[in-house]
Design a protein around this ligand. Structure first.
Ligand code: NOJ
Ligand code: CA
Length: 703
């Protein structure tokens, strides 16, 4: 008897143990979703997923290819199976909601090869009312310490030619625009050669996850993975003719394999969110539920916060990260001559600290404070360029941390690794010790460029382990991580809550400089139903100077009201007000950013369609105040809100920030109207959204 089985027996949850049944089934608690599992004639494992009367995943096989071992695919038989019902509620330390219900039926199947070497492995299926997850467990093999996976071949056989929102299966970056096509029309290779991307590698016609789909009858599916630990990120190879997706793990040219692991081990979960309405995808907690509970214990040392920063001014070209502004990136000169455009000066940082302190904003991010920025990009050998402790001569670390504290503000550390993770790992302890010295509780990290050593990719096992090492080391120093150019979120924040947020999408910054004119208005109405299903996003909303006068060819393609709505629509426990302080001065609309919460008791997705629009209401934890945000794509539309989610018997003072008449993201983006009314449970409201527009409502409890 294997250990897992023994454990289940002990727990008294053992329900059945059958010798070689032909087919096994397990249904979700309410019965809406179910999985069938079986073995084909040649002993190949396959599964099917049903939703109601529909088959959403038709017979799909599972298997692995290895180095030095024959494939694991055929000749298998079922040794045993157990079923296990779990219904528990856990608390998020911060999040979209406080309590999360984790309610599923689990089926564990133990398989064995009938021929030598008679390898055994387990498959765990968990069936929820909002989707399914399954993972493999490789069991001990005699005389074998570790295995090398050359390919995982998990199939997902779709049953129709779904409308699909996808980005290419890029091994280095997620910062692509989403495409909307039928499965049969997915062409990831056409997304190669994107000159806006610092590193990009798209080896085949595969998509990244989460990838979201809608069927003819309105069924929504989103494919992703959960608990990506010591394994490679999964892309999905697309067979456009047969609507078949197959797992394609990110590789490494250095090692020549996909994954190397010691036995025994479990793979990440392969997950499918299943929803009748698009809005349910956002409300689903499947991805965090498939992860393990908090391993860090008390994490009250981090508090969700809004932040401003010396950041957008570099992206729009007002100032620079580097102090010397060396034109010749390859000549390192100790004799740095200031250009006078350096952003991270003591004086400028104090200006941001003052602004934050005045406006109920608790964090100030400072980029370009440390030496090395003369050599961070366009240079082959970037090892050793940054040390994360040496400030430029015009940045007074001691004084600024003292000043920030005095003002009740915290400086957010910045570590741009320039994709040299070995250097970063060597520096980690020194870097975090410096942060501890100043009580800094969070750091934004970055991995711009091609990974050094050559041959590794951002999303392969080697880097997955690097990102985890940073997270674990940081936790030891009570430091929280907001990673840019990260590995995708897979719900790890449940286990390591110090994984507060990450980028991992085309962020606001593209509006400042991308050659293709920035993010189109449909971008965020797609992101809310794709990337956001995976976890918190550091999108950096809040541009008020929408047309970016500094930059002739760049602008933001939303209205001002939509920039406000993003504080509610996009979830993150760190939420930037990214524009320059001077652009917020004397702007009545800035009041919404002062007021809006960052940590929530409840979230309700009031309506939405992928790529078109979405409205979300969230209740702030500390105050019980509610905030509502709605955004639309390039189409104007009318949205009706029924306030039946509000608390009974409470009256709220509502401030409604919406597109004024004649607003339009292209030619009249800042026309905003602000209206104050009283609202209580049962009130109703109709709001007009302009093209590329939105609205934001604060509902402050009346005393
Ligand atoms: C890319 C990040 O996404 C951006 O926010 C940051 O400013 C630059 N790297 C520099 O680190
Ligand atoms: Ca980026």
């Amino acid at each position: 008897m294997n250990k897992a089985l023994a454990l289940l027996l002990l727990m008294g949850v053992f329900i059945s143990c059958t010798k070689e049944p032909s087919q096994l089934s397990v249904a979700s608690p309410s019965g809406t979703n179910s999985i069938d599992f079986g073995l084909s004639e040649d002993g190949t494992p396959y599964y099917l997923v049903h939703h109601g009367n529909e088959t959403v995943i038709d017979s799909s096989s599972m298997g692995f290819d290895f180095q030095h071992q024959k494939p694991l695919k055929t000749g298998l038989s079922i040794v045993s199976s157990t079923e296990n019902l779990v219904n528990e509620t856990w608390e998020m330390p911060w999040g979209e909601q406080k309590e999360v219900v984790n309610h599923y039926n689990e089926l564990v199947v133990t398989l064995e090869e009938s021929e030598a070497p008679n390898r055994q492995f387990n498959i765990y299926f968990r069936v929820y009312d909002d989707g399914v997850g399954f993972r493999y467990e490789f069991l001990p093999q005699e005389g074998v310490d570790s295995i090398i996976i050359m390919d995982e071949n998990t199939e997902f056989q779709l049953t129709e030619d779904y409308t699909t929102w996808w980005i290419p299966g890029d091994w280095d970056i997620y910062e692509h625009l989403y495409n909307t096509t039928k499965v049969s029309e997915i062409d990831a290779l056409s997304k190669r050669n994107n000159t806006d991307l610092a590193a990009s590698y798209i080896p085949e016609n595969a998509v990244n996850t989460p990838v979201t789909m809608r069927g003819e009858n309105g069924l929504h599916l989103s494919f992703h993975e959960a608990n990506l630990t010591d394994y490679s990120g999964m892309t999905l190879k697309v067979d456009t003719e047969f609507w078949l997706l197959t797992s394609e793990l990110v590789g490494s040219d250095r090692s020549g394999y996909k994954v190397k692991r010691e036995l025994p081990f479990k793979t990440p979960w392969r997950s499918i969110q299943i929803a009748d309405k698009a809005s349910e995808l956002i409300e689903s907690k499947l991805i965090v539920n498939l992860n393990e509970p908090n391993k860090l214990g008390d994490i009250s040392w981090f508090e969700p916060k809004k932040y401003v920063g010396i950041w957008w001014e570099m992206h729009v070209g007002k100032s620079t990260w580097d102090y010397a502004g060396s034109q010749d990136m390859n000549t390192f000169t100790q004799d740095l001559k200031p250009t006078g455009k350096h952003g991270a000066t003591t004086e400028n940082t104090k200006r941001y600290i003052d602004f934050a302190a005045k406006n109920n904003i608790k964090g100030v991010l400072v980029e370009g404070w440390n030496t090395g920025w003369e050599h961070w990009i366009g240079v082959e050998d970037r090892e050793g360029v940054f040390d994360f402790v040496t400030p430029y001569p015009d940045y007074d670390l001691d004084e600024l941390n003292r000043y920030a504290k005095e003002k009740g503000v915290e400086i957010i550390m910045h570590h741009e690794t320039s994709a040299a993770p070995r250097t970063y790992e060597q520096q980690l302890d020194t870097a975090f010790q410096l942060m501890k010295k100043y009580d800094m509780s969070s750091v934004k990290t970055g991995y711009v460029g091609k990974i050094i050593p050559k041959g590794e990719y951002h999303h392969g096992q080697w880097m997955v382990n690097h990102y985890r090492k940073v997270l674990e080391t940081a936790a030891g120093y009570k430091v929280a991580i907001n990673a840019h150019e990260p590995i995708k979120p897979t719900g790890i924040r449940r286990t390591y809550p110090n994984a507060i947020a990450r980028e991992g999408l085309r962020g606001q910054e593209f509006n400042a400089w991308s050659a293709d004119g920035g993010n189109p208005p449909e971008h965020l109405p797609i992101v809310a139903f794709t990337r956001m299903l995976a976890g918190p996003i550091d999108f950096t909303p809040g541009v008020f100077d929408i047309e970016i006068p500094n930059k002739e060819d760049n602008r933001v393609s939303t209205t001002l009201a939509q920039q406000l709505a993003l504080y509610v629509v996009i979830y993150s426990p760190v939420q930037m007000a990214c524009d320059l302080p001077e652009n917020y001065e004397n702007q009545p609309a800035f009041q919404f950013i002062r007021d809006v919460g960052v940590d929530w008791d409840e979230t309700h997705v009031l309506n939405g369609e992928v790529g078109d629009y979405v409205t979300i209401a969230r209740k702030e934890r500390k105050t019980g105040n509610w905030f509502v945000g709605g955004i639309t794509d390039e189409n104007a539309r009318e949205v009706s809100i029924n306030f039946d989610f509000l608390d009974d018997g409470v009256e709220y003072e509502a401030a409604i920030y919406k597109d004024a008449e004649g607003a339009h993201y292209e030619n009249n983006p800042t026309a905003i109207s602000i209206e104050e009314i009283n609202i209580s449970k049962g009130s109703a409201l109709t709001v007009q959204l302009a093209e590329g527009g939105g609205f934001a409502i604060s509902l402050i409890k009346k005393k």
